[in-house]
Design a protein around this ligand. Structure first.
Ligand SMILES: *[C@@H]1O[C@H](CO)[C@@H](O)[C@H](O)[C@H]1NC(C)=O
Length: 523
C-alpha cells in the first residue's frame, strides 16, 4: 500500500529516499510524483516532485485548512488527470490537475455540501463520478462534461438495484467497472458500458470472495482489462483478470486452477435479525457442514464504525485456526459500510447502540443455528471495534468465554470530552459531542465500555496497546484495566463461593512501547 513504482520502474531508488515523508503518492509520469505528507494524523498538503531537474524540485500544490478534512491524491485510470480528494467523514470536495500539461492549475469539480460524497474518474471528454446522490443517498454513477463538471450537469448513468451497494469504481477503456456488495455481503463486479449504460451486467465472483484489490496499470499497456486480486481471510490472494469487452473473468494462475485446499473451506452467509428487525449479514468460514459445528470453538470478528467494512483480507493465522477445527465468523454490524452509506448513518452518534444490538443478534443467531456455544466463543476486534465488544461484555458477559482486543478504544466518553486529543474534533461526526450536547452525552454514557463496568464475572481478556498510539490514547486502556480488576474483585468478594480462579496481569515493556493487559477468568 505504501510503495508506488514509477510507471517505467525507473525511480525505485528515489522512492526509498522520499518514502520517509510521503504518505499518499502517485507518479504522473516517470519523472513527476505527486504526494501528500502526513503530519500528526492528518494529510493536508499536496506537493509535486519533479525529478527532471537535478536533485529534484518540489512545488507546493495545495493546502487544506479545515481540521476535519483528509487529503488524498489519485490518478485517473488513464493517468491524464490527478484528483486531489478532500474528504471529511461525511462530505467531499475534489480538485483536478491536467497531468499532460506542465501548468499546475487546479479546477474544482463540485463545492463541498453536507452529506455529498463523490469520487472522480476520467473518460474521454467526460468525468465519471461515483456520487452519493442515488436512491436513499447511496452511491450511483453519474456523468459530467469535463468542461463544466459541477453537480447541476450530473446525469445518472447507473444505480444498482435495491439492496446492492457500490463499494468502488474503475474506468477501463469504454467500461465502468464497479465493485458491489449484495444484501448478504457477497462481492460482485458490475460492468457498465459507458456508451450503452442501460446494458450494464453483473459478473459473479467465487463464493469465498471477501476482499478485492485492483491493480493500477503501467503507462505502456493500453487498458482493456482489469487485473484483480481476490482473497478472503482464509484464502490467499488469487489473481483474476476482467475483460469487460468480452464479458470474461479469467483466473490468472498459470493453469487456471485454484491453489491447493481452496475448495475444502466452506463460506456460509447468514443473516441475523437485530432488535429493530434489520437483517445483519454474517460471513462464516468453516470446514465440514454447519450442523457439525456445535462443539467447534468460534472466533468472532467485528468492527462497525466510520463506514468502514470489516477487514476481510487474507490472514494466515486465521487459516491455521480453521484447519484446527475453529469456525470463524465476521459480523457486518451497522456503523460499518458493508450495506452502503445508510449502514453507517444508522449507527453513528445517537444510533451507536444499534451496533451493539447487531453484534448481540449475530452471536445469538450463530448459537441458535448450531454454531459453537458461549463457552467456546471468543471475540476479537481492534480500535473502534472494541466499543461494541466492550459494551456487550458489560451487558451480556455470559455470551462469550474470551475477548482479544488490539489498540482498543474503550473510553469513548473520556476521549470525546477532551478536544485536545488528536482525533476528537473530526470524530464528533461518528460519536457525537458529549460536552455541547446533553443527548449525545446520554447516548455515549449508555454504551461506553469504561463507564458501564459492573461487578460480575467477565470473560478472559487480552488487551494489546501501544503507548505511542495517537489514535487510541493509552490512558483509556489502562483506566479500563484498573476498573475491570476492581469490579471483578468486588464480585468475588461478595460471592466468595463462586469458585473461580482470577488472575490479572499487566505487563509493560515501555522500551518497546507495548502494553499487554490480561485478565484470566477461567474456571
Ligand atoms: C489537458 O490539456 C491538454 C492541452 O490543453 C488538452 O488537449 C487535454 O484535453 C487536457 N486533458 C484533460 C483531461 O483535460
Amino acid at each position: 500500500q505504501r510503495i508506488r513504482l514509477s510507471p517505467e520502474e525507473k525511480h525505485l531508488a528515489d522512492m526509498f529516499v522520499y518514502i520517509c515523508f510521503c504518505s499518499g503518492k502517485e507518479w504522473a509520469t516517470d519523472d513527476v510524483l505527486f504526494y501528500t505528507t502526513l503530519e500528526g494524523l492528518r494529510c493536508s498538503k499536496v506537493f509535486r516532485l519533479d525529478l527532471t531537474s537535478s536533485g529534484g524540485r518540489i512545488t507546493s500544490i495545495y493546502e487544506e485548512t479545515r481540521p476535519d478534512v483528509f487529503v488524498e491524491v489519485a490518478l485517473s485510470g488513464d493517468r491524464q488527470i490527478l484528483s486531489i480528494n478532500c474528504n471529511s467523514r461525511t462530505s467531499s470536495e475534489v480538485m483536478l490537475i491536467n497531468t499532460t500539461v506542465s501548468s499546475l492549475e487546479l479546477f474544482l469539480v463540485q463545492p463541498r455540501q453536507p452529506d455529498l460524497l463523490y469520487h472522480v474518474e476520467h473518460w474521454r471528454k467526460w468525468l465519471i463520478i461515483l456520487a452519493s446522490t442515488g436512491p436513499g443517498q447511496e452511491y450511483q454513477v453519474v456523468q459530467a462534461p469535463l468542461s463544466d463538471p459541477s453537480m447541476k450537469t450530473w446525469v445518472s448513468l447507473f444505480s444498482p438495484g435495491p439492496g446492492t451497494v457500490v463499494k468502488d469504481m474503475d474506468v477501463i477503456g469504454d467500461h465502468c467497472v464497479l465493485v458491489a456488495r449484495t444484501p448478504t455481503c457477497e462481492l460482485v463486479l458490475i460492468v457498465v458500458p459507458l456508451t450503452h449504460p442501460k446494458e450494464a451486467y453483473t459478473i459473479q465472483l467465487p463464493s469465498w470472495a471477501c476482499a478485492i484489490e485492483t491493480k493500477k496499470p503501467g503507462l505502456t499497456k493500453p487498458r482493456h482489462m482489469l487485473e484483480l486480486l481476490i482473497s478472503s481471510p482464509v484464502h490467499p490472494p488469487v489473481p483474476f483478470c476482467l475483460h469487460p469487452e468480452d464479458r470474461l473473468l479469467l483466473s490468472g494462475t498459470k493453469d487456471g486452477s485454484f491453489p491447493e485446499n481452496q475448495g475444502s473451506y466452506t463460506t456460509t452467509r447468514l443473516e441475523a435479525y437485530s432488535q429493530d428487525g434489520t437483517l445483519v449479514p454474517v460471513t462464516l468460514f468453516h470446514i465440514g457442514p454447519v450442523e457439525g459445528l456445535r462443539q467447534a470453538p468460534l472466533l468472532v470478528h467485528v468492527y462497525g464504525a466510520y463506514g468502514r467494512d470489516l477487514n476481510m483480507e487474507f490472514c494466515p493465522e486465521k487459516r491455521l485456526l480453521l484447519e484446527q477445527g475453529w469456525a470463524l465468523a465476521y459480523c457486518h454490524i451497522r456503523g460499518g459500510g458493508e450495506r452502503g452509506l445508510s449502514w453507517q448513518r444508522q449507527a453513528r452518534v445517537e444510533g451507536k447502540q444499534k451496533g451493539v444490538e447487531d453484534l448481540q443478534a449475530c452471536l445469538q443467531h450463530l448459537f441458535s443455528s448450531g454454531v459453537s456455544s458461549p463457552s467456546l466463543t471468543a471475540l476479537t476486534a481492534c480500535s473502534a471495534g472494541a466499543v461494541p465488544v466492550g459494551a456487550l461484555c458489560n451487558r451480556h458477559a455470559h455470551m462469550m468465554q474470551a475477548v482479544a482486543l488490539q489498540a482498543p478504544f474503550l473510553d469513548v466518553l473520556g476521549t470525546m470530552e477532551d478536544p485536545s486529543l488528536p482525533l476528537t474534533l473530526e470524530d464528533r461526526e461518528e460519536w457525537g459531542d458529549p460536552v455541547g450536547n446533553p443527548k449525545h452525552r446520554l447516548t455515549i454514557t449508555s454504551y461506553c465500555p469504561l463507564h458501564n463496568i459492573i461487578p460480575q464475572r467477565y470473560p478472559s481478556m487480552l488487551l494489546t496497546a501501544y503507548s505511542g498510539d495517537a489514535r487510541v490514547p493509552l490512558s483509556g486502556v489502562l483506566k479500563y484495566t484498573e476498573q475491570l480488576k476492581k469490579a471483578i474483585q468486588k464480585h468475588f468478594t461478595v460471592n466468595p463461593k463462586a469458585g473461580v480462579y482470577t488472575h490479572s496481569h499487566t505487563c509493560a515493556q515501555l522500551n518497546h512501547s507495548l502494553i499487554v493487559s490480561m485478565y484470566d477468568g477461567f474456571v
